[in-house]
Design a protein around this ligand. Structure first.
Ligand code: HEM
Ligand SMILES: *[C@@H]1O[C@H](CO)[C@@H](O)[C@H](O)[C@H]1NC(C)=O
Ligand SMILES: *[C@@H]1O[C@H](CO)[C@@H](O)[C@H](O)[C@H]1NC(C)=O
Ligand SMILES: *[C@@H]1O[C@H](CO)[C@@H](O)[C@H](O)[C@H]1NC(C)=O
Length: 389
């Protein structure tokens, strides 16, 4: 047998073995603890949940284990009876006491994302809880006296975070640390991971809104402002402007709806982001409907309509940009997406600056030539609100 064959055989074995991480949790035997009948490999944060469910008294004894743990981190696992998220979770927390070196484990009911994980009773009894740290494995052992219904399916969350000043402090808000949610059925032993789908929905929401409110609306306004200066682009600019804003609005409404759904599925409180989003939806809708009420170009009310249209338009632009930034802070706190969006804004900004200068140049040129033709009357530049209809 040559080397290539041997390594091919090795690769083959590795490929067969690696997808079944299921073996990792069931093959694991706890030192000095009775065997657990069920276990699941949690998809992120190198974590495993093992348990024995006792149907006579609806009690489950669990072991939440994280491999490759360090003494400078806390670990936690919890049940959320209401939603698949952190807030509302009935959690078990453990860390090493830095003074004594002993493991400390306790229960904490998480009521907000500003939590410091204080000790507190849970919605069900936890008659015993303790933790160990051996060979890089940090494990919480606990007995949970489940209330009726919890055994047949709960939302579970788990987490790892740094210790600071001897106390748990906030965990990272990206990667596996925000994907650590799912469901678990103690009786059937089944589990699902929902972190990815929720994250995907958040991403879709972010992209839809950054593209529509955050980019196309700006582009549409630029089309109106700068194409108008070219006489030859009349009335093309108008139709382009309307098309661009209608497309932006349509995608924007879809983005807004995904946001409303995310908000209703979560108790996280992003009040400002939400309020701005709702205002944007209302202003945008108003803008679309008043398009239908637009007076003719030479109507005496038309100047008022113009002022109104510009005011709402600029308002929408400012609020859109602010809200996209607020959203990106929530979606991706380490700022990678924000940089990309700043890039788009800088690009639009440079174009706007160049076009703005050019527009004024055209206006002055036109004024000059009109001064030379004293009989000429009519529109002078776009500032007087020249439009096609
Ligand atoms: C030290 C205390 C903690 C603080 C300050 C904290 C803070 C936060 C914040 C600000 C978020 C983002 C919320 C959002 O984007 O909607 C978050 C998400 C999350 N946290 Fe925590 N957390 C802490 C402890 C925990 C614990 C103990 C667990 C698990 C038992 C946990 C599990 C999660 C999960 C799964 C998410 C993502 C899903 C969600 O947004 O709810 N956190 N945390
Ligand atoms: C539940 O019942 C089992 C066996 O019937 C017993 O070993 C266990 O201690 C009970 N647990 C509690 C919390 O009562
Ligand atoms: C660590 O252990 C010491 C001694 O038992 C105790 O006074 C202290 O409160 C513990 N600290 C934490 C954060 O658990
Ligand atoms: C730790 O907690 C588990 C689960 O509740 C329990 O079975 C075990 O006896 C406890 N161990 C110690 C040393 O207290």
């Amino acid at each position: 047998m040559n080397h290539r064959l041997i390594s091919a055989a090795f690769l083959c074995c590795a490929a067969l073995a690696s997808p079944s991480r299921a073996q990792t949790c069931s093959a694991y035997t706890f030192p000095s603890v009775t065997r657990f009948a069920s276990c699941v490999n949690l998809p992120v944060l190198n974590s495993y949940l093992h348990w024995n469910y006792d149907r006579t008294n609806n009690t489950v004894s669990i072991a939440f284990r994280r491999t490759g743990a360090s003494t400078s981190e806390w670990i936690a696992w919890g049940i959320n009876p209401i939603r698949q998220q952190m807030v509302g979770s009935q959690a078990l927390v453990a860390y090493q006491n830095s003074t004594t070196g002993a493991m400390y484990a306790y229960t904490s009911a998480i009521d907000s994302t500003d939590t410091t994980l204080p000790t507190g009773n849970l919605g069900f009894g936890v008659p015993s809880i303790n933790a160990t740290f051996e060979k890089g494995d940090m494990t919480i052992f606990a007995t949970l006296e489940l209330t009726t219904g919890l055994e047949n399916g709960v939302n579970q969350v788990w987490q790892v975070g740094p210790m600071s000043g001897g106390r748990p402090s906030i965990h990272p808000l990206s990667g596996g640390n925000v994907l650590s949610v799912g469901t678990l059925n103690f009786v059937s032993g089944t589990s699902t991971n929902s972190g990815n789908s929720r994250q995907r929905r958040k991403n879709v929401h972010g992209v839809l809104n950054a593209v529509s409110w955050g980019t196309l609306m700006l582009l549409g306004a630029m089309i109106a402002r700068y194409m108008k200066a070219f006489e030859s682009a009349d009335p093309a600019w108008f139709y382009l402007h309307v098309t661009c804003q209608m497309v932006a609005y349509t995608i924007g409404v879809a983005g807004w709806a995904t946001g409303m759904k995310l908000g209703s599925d979560s108790s996280s409180n992003y009040q400002t982001h939400r309020d701005i989003g709702i205002s944007l939806f209302m202003l945008g809708t108003l803008q679309v409907f008043t398009l239908l009420l637009r007076p003719k170009k030479d109507h005496k009310y038309r100047p008022y309509w113009n002022v109104y249209h510009y005011a709402i338009g600029y308002c929408v632009i400012v609020l859109s940009v602010v809200n996209v930034f607020k959203g990106l802070d929530i979606l991706n706190p380490d700022g990678k997406w924000k940089k990309a969006y700043v890039g788009i804004l800088v690009f639009l900004g440079i174009n706007a600056a160049v076009l703005e200068a050019f527009t004024w140049y055209l206006i002055f040129k036109r004024r000059k030539s009109e001064e030379q033709r004293p009989n000429a009357h009519g529109n002078v530049g776009y500032a007087s609100g020249s439009g096609p209809v």
